[in-house]
Design a protein around this ligand. Sequence first.
Ligand code: FE2
Ligand code: FE2
Length: 309
Amino acid sequence: MLKMHPKLDDNDLFLRLFHKGIKAQWSVEDVTWDDPLQFDSQQARSLARLLSPVYLGEQSAMIGASVALPQMAMAGQTSAQLYLSSFLMDEARHFEVLTRLYTRLESEPLQIRELPTMLRYHNRLRQGDRIDWVWGILISDIFAKNFYQQFSRSQPEALFGKLSLRILQDESRHQAFAENYLKQMIPSLSVDRVRVLQEMKDELMDIMDTMYGRLNDDAMRLGLDGREFLDELRAEIEYKAKRIGLDGNLSSDDEGSGTVRKVFQGLSSNVFQKASDLTSKFEALWPSRCDTCFVALLCRSRLLQTACS
Ligand SMILES: [Fe+2]
Ligand SMILES: [Fe+2]
């Protein structure tokens, strides 16, 4: 039921993310399109192909938000409804920016007929309810985030590296929302509904595996290790699933330094100690959780791991 005069709580996380989103808006006019590409023509073509699923995901997220937003309004979830309006603007911007990037690359994305399973996945997301949609978009956003991170780190002065960094700042809000929304909603779901959400995760990972198996030559041309990328992606998605309660609940000890411990599991205690020290320096900042923290980009980088080993 639509609320005529809903109450709004200034401490509501979704409302705070909405305000942050409003303040962080930018447009294609803020991008320096003359920045160097740092790709030869073959690499530009490979990026165009590899970026295709992310590009489709950006457009699908924008369209899907327009479906989920009225569902949240009718459920009386006013702060989520407000947040989603800024999310929609973010995804529209990402879609526009990547559309212009393709012009600069002088290359075309893969055609829809070359991404049939991915297209079906996104189409089905829009037909599910708002919880299915938020979970599906979270998985898709994690994939996009990891892809953008590769280039924001490896090409910080190039056009796509800089674009990636801008987009990543928006995506950190998206992940904070999705994770917290699902943490609130999942405990009320039936076992069958939870199982459907688990299957969605497995299905998308299988689609990614198949697709990137076919695009391995393009990945190698850009210096990406496709297998390693997918393995890290799967581990991160499984971890998120646990955090939101899809694969059993984590204890409160898993927040804060416990999060760092999990991320660095298997590495030397020296690495863990360095990462914990780094995290503790930023505990006063909001948000302080590792997955939404800017410093986590550094904490989790190979640079730090190598330096501490
Ligand atoms: Fe996006
Ligand atoms: Fe997103």
